[in-house]
Design a protein. Structure first.
Lengths: 325, 325
């Protein structure tokens, strides 16, 4: 099969589109013929050797996919050849025509969901969902501030915040991105390349501050939010797209009794499988109701996967980027 | 009346035992004849000008009292002259023979508590209770690590952790303090002047880490705990008795999906009065059954209040220190 391969840790440009052996499904595993792959920010970090996981080369990056069941390994059940599925696997490599994964990691793709939407759903949308439900305990009527609101996981946080019934403030770096976030349901926008973020949050909340902040950006934006939290607020740490990991003087949390909370969706799916399954049911229901619909910005061919990753790591994307083998 | 007076911000030694005019209760206030004063770590910071509040000089420090109602201001209906009461006030003035308090900040002292216990209860025990219940959501069977477990609020956290049904690990700076914490119910002890705290927590939790950490110490002990948290753990920020306010690289929270949570009991009592009232009912219940018992280390006369404050800020206490007019 064809795949996008990392032969040595280094720049994303060094990825090679070449043949790799077809994966063989082991016991309890299923081989999926991939039709769409979701591109995520960490994919670039992984091949550059800057991610916490460091698989042995050669490997394929990518973890998020949708496709059709092509073969069942010994003892695998729950699916039949030809079933439409979506899945997520850390470390097996989804930038390829085929993947073999444990059957338990696959979900049936709802009939009304396209392959592209299925591949765009898990990392971005399920991360935002887990963050806002389990970690942020976001309630209807609370104010949610979403940093990087036009990006893949930011736009999912905007949609899910509205589905839960919160008031959503989208924080973006341009008027165009704010307009995009508002089209996805955001109530307010802050252009933080023009406005002081801390002051703008306080202005929009009558001085109260944010109940919940969804932060996949880090850097200066985190610093501003760490001083603009409401009483009992929850500042959700999702990632550091700005490139700078912030440090928090922890006395800032005292006066407002607020929380800084790490979000790691991948570990959540492994450690809390029942809560993960319940989340997916809610997410699929919101999709059927049209409340949460993955937004696809661009679709690339697998042979052009390098460009797809660079488009995402360059922070130009509005919504998700998908690759098709 | 006699009082311990701060005439200018400076060292604790500069406090003067002298006469101040008797306070007069205003509308909605109660005049209390002080029988016992609880000494708290911030009392020293306040007179040194290192606390967030800076009352105008001259003033008497101190915020935690028990005593007898001796006069009622206009509009006070819930109290009678002669009743035994306790209070933690945000206004200071407790190091004195009399204090005027807002009726809303005063509670009746239950018959099964003496004045010393009443003055020892709120600052230490009320804080630990709020921290572990509302902020830490501590569950029976979880592992609670208490830093400074022999101090006033640490000792309270040990007792309340046991009342909730948690396994409690006491962290102290000497074998003597560990023995004291174990006498209060702690299951395990770590002497962090001898042992690496991070490694010791992992050893005592089979590598899992702490579910909840109660940290009124900060500094190096915080740093060690920030790398020894369990999945979905809660690191409670209560104070900085070590004198160093830690800074947290926020990516540490990601891998274990844990939370760093500020605890501010005073603001909690004002912002969430219903939850505060429910807490006090639970706390009085635990005291009546003997599960929670304020531990009095030493009692000083008011004229020796400087020595009392220095004993607490010198971190030389096991339990609470009380001053009596």
């Amino acid at each position: 099969m064809k795949a996008l391969v990392c032969e040595a840790y280094g720049p994303v440009e060094n990825l090679v589109y070449r043949d790799m052996p077809d994966p063989v499904p082991g016991a309890g595993e299923i081989r999926v013929a991939i039709e769409a792959i979701g591109v995520n920010f960490p994919d670039g970090l992984l091949v550059e050797g800057k991610y916490q996981a460091k698989p042995q080369v050669p490997f394929m990056p990518g973890g998020e996919f949708a496709g059709q069941v092509a073969a069942l390994g010994p003892g695998a059940s729950g699916f039949a050849v030809g079933d439409r599925v979506l899945g997520w696997n850390v470390g097996r490599g989804a930038y390829a025509e085929q993947i073999a994964v444990p059957a338990g990691e696959l979900f049936p793709l709802p009939a009304s969901m396209s392959m592209d939407q299925g591949a765009a759903l898990l990392c971005a949308t399920a991360t935002a969902h887990h963050a806002l439900r389990q970690r942020g305990r976001l309630q209807a009527g609370e104010t949610l501030v979403v940093l990087g609101a036009a990006g893949g996981t930011g736009i999912a946080a905007v949609q899910i915040g509205k589905a839960i019934g919160a008031r959503v403030i989208a924080v973006c770096s341009s008027a165009e991105k704010i307009a995009f976030a508002k089209a996805q349901g955001a109530d307010e926008g802050i252009n933080y390349s023009h406005e002081d973020l801390n002051q703008a949050i306080k202005t929009l909340t009558d001085g109260r501050g944010a109940d919940v902040v969804y932060d996949a950006v880090g850097g200066d934006a985190f610093d501003a939010c760490s001083r603009a939290m409401a009483w009992d607020g929850r500042l959700l740490i999702v990632g550091f797209a700005s490139g700078r990991i912030p440090t928090l003087p922890v006395n800032l949390t005292l006066v407002k009794g607020y929380s800084v909370i790490g979000v790691f969706w991948g570990a959540f799916t492994q450690r809390e499988p029942a809560a993960y399954a319940a989340n997916m049911r809610e997410l699929f229901a919101w999709f059927e109701q049209g409340k949460v619909v993955p937004v696809i910005d661009r679709v690339f061919k697998l042979a052009d996967g390098v460009k797809a990753i660079q488009y995402v790591t360059g922070r130009g994307a509005r919504g998700k980027v998908v690759i098709r083998p």
